[in-house]
Write a new protein. Structure first.
Length: 125
């Protein structure tokens, strides 16, 4: 199983795939909070911190909608940071790794929903 493109073949592997997105959301939350406390970002960054923490929690709870919102929010934040601060190899590397984690989270939440529905249907028989 690849860390960057995890296999999702059952509810357990789907849940494990989402943990990367939870970790990515918590990492971005921590870094954003640190920069906000140090005064290196606008005061509105505290709203981003709260929203990213909510995203991490909802992805952990296997929300398909919030996994998509988290990925889109990260893409927006990445684009804004590239626009505001410039683009470099470290931004590309970190951006790609975190984006891969958010995409794996989307895959995991959708697969979890699918496998849970199959299991419930099988139990109902």
């Amino acid at each position: 199983m690849s860390v960057w493109w995890p296999e999702v073949s059952d509810t357990k592997s789907a849940r494990e795939a989402t943990l990367g997105a939870v970790g990515a959301a918590l990492f971005v939350t921590a870094v954003t909070a640190l920069f906000a406390v140090l005064g290196r970002t606008p005061k509105t960054s505290y709203l981003d911190v709260a929203l990213l923490a909510l995203v991490a929690w909802r992805i952990y709870r296997m929300s398909k909608v919030w996994s998509i919102i988290g990925c889109l929010l990260y893409v927006f934040e990445l684009g804004y940071n590239i626009y505001a601060r410039g683009f470099g190899p470290s931004v590309l590397a970190m951006g790609a790794l975190l984006l891969a984690a958010f995409v794996a989270g989307i895959r995991g939440t959708f697969a979890y929903s699918k496998f849970s529905a199959i299991a419930q249907h099988a139990d109902a028989r």
